[in-house]
Ligand binder design. Structure first.
Ligand SMILES: Cc1cc2nc3c(=O)[nH]c(=O)nc-3n(C[C@H](O)[C@H](O)[C@H](O)COP(=O)(O)O)c2cc1C
Length: 371
């Protein structure tokens, strides 16, 4: 079982993972079509910020090309990139990549070409951190639904978050346009589509949360009303590149508050899924750090989502091959995403297929390098 240590969910040690009974014949490794994507396997690489882009330009280099190429060659069905910012003001860590200049698009083209050569599928996670930033990173005060400072310090920058600027209606319309443009840029860069980062307490999710959104206009109110920005961005991206190339991620979990949970998880999940349906979304990626955590009515997050969602679900959160296979077999999820173990094992899929020993993920050891 997954252990909880001071709000951080530690996956079961890889040494204790069970082996797949059916080995390479497991459902996890069968091809599947979701949206416009023909995936080699029902596996995904979860989006993971790695901070290996050029800090000045936000352009990725050959090390990033090789990092994603290896995962495609390994047989990962869907690669979801690290968060890629839609504008400079969306930046919350040094050395994160962007998707708003031609130079950045050209950098990503090398990644998508390499992945496609290996028969892989890759989508760009498009991201704006909102208030989880600092003016020294961008030259501007951070933006947010309301002028409420997040608690804590900027990761990898170690300064307290700034008090953000509350966004005007014009700022919000500009932001919607930036997400739509980033989606178009992603297609120009050769990506197979995008995932909108609507999770983890970043800007879109700051609108969704009553902690960070105290607005009294149409972007504030109860959860259904606070989801107005999510719907506008989702609709603009779907209009730009099609629903069959668009996925959205959402969560209760906040980067600045790992323990946050909705007061009524089932109601929240129903409200989120209703909003997604309203604008014609078909593929979602609910995020939780612990896949097996029961939230309500004896059900896990993904089981609650499945109750209200017939479309595609990418599951994630301390999954191991056996729990992933089971969730796919019982129809809870369509594709299983793995994060940390894919950082420490560039050949993760081959290893779980053949039962080979895996390298345990250790942040200190694995994050400073790109293997
Ligand atoms: C180093 C690191 C960076 C991450 N960066 C992102 C990110 O950019 N966008 C995102 O949506 N989630 C991010 N996550 C969360 C992962 O996508 C994933 O949901 C989480 O690691 C749980 O999956 P796992 O238990 O298989 O690691 C990150 C996780 C890690 C460990």
């Amino acid at each position: 079982m997954t252990k909880v240590v001071k709000g951080i969910y530690q996956p079961t040690s890889i040494k204790d993972w069970g082996k797949l009974e059916k080995g390479s014949d497991s459902k996890l490794f069968e091809p599947v079509k979701i949206g416009a994507w023909n995936l080699k396997t029902r596996t995904a690489m979860a989006p993971m910020t790695r901070c290996f882009a050029d800090d000045e330009t936000g352009v990725v280099g050959d090390d990033v090309v090789e990092y994603y190429r290896k995962r495609a060659a390994d047989g990962v069905g869907l690669i979801i990139t690290e968060g890629i910012i839609v504008s400079l003001r969306g930046k919350g860590n040094p050395k994160v990549p962007g998707l708003y200049t031609q130079e950045q698009i050209e950098g990503w083209k090398k990644v998508t070409e390499a992945v496609h050569k290996e028969g892989g599928t890759i989508i760009a996670q498009i991201w704006h951190v909102g208030r989880l930033s600092h003016h020294e990173l961008t030259g501007f005060p951070p933006q947010a639904p309301s002028a409420i400072r997040a608690e804590g310090t900027v990761p990898r920058f170690r300064k307290p978050y700034d008090v953000p600027e509350a966004m005007s209606t014009e700022d919000i319309q500009e932001l919607v346009g930036q997400f739509a443009q980033a989606a178009k840029n992603a297609i120009q860069a050769g990506f197979d589509g995008v995932e909108i980062h609507g999770a983890h307490g970043y800007l879109i999710d700051q609108f969704n949360s009553d902690v960070s959104n105290h607005r009294t206009d149409r972007y504030g109110g109860d959860l259904a009303q606070r989801l107005t920005l999510t719907k506008e961005i989702l609709k603009a991206v779907i209009d730009a590149i099609g629903t069959e190339r668009t996925m959205i991620r959402f969560s209760a979990h906040k980067s600045d508050n790992g323990d946050y949970m909705w007061e009524d998880p089932e109601l929240a999940i129903r409200t989120f899924t209703d909003a997604f349906k309203e604008v014609g979304a078909t593929m979602i990626h609910p995020s939780i750090m612990q896949f097996t955590r029961v939230l309500a009515d004896g059900k896990t997050m993904h089981q609650l989502v499945r109750k209200y969602w017939d479309g595609v679900i990418v599951g994630v959160g301390s999954l191991d091959p056996v729990t992933a296979e089971k969730a796919i077999e019982d129809g809870t999820i369509d594709v299983a995403a793995f994060g940390r173990p894919m950082v420490s094992n560039p050949d993760f899929i081959q290893r779980i297929k053949t039962g080979l020993v895996l390298e345990e993920y250790e942040a200190r050891k694995h994050l400073p390098v790109l293997i």
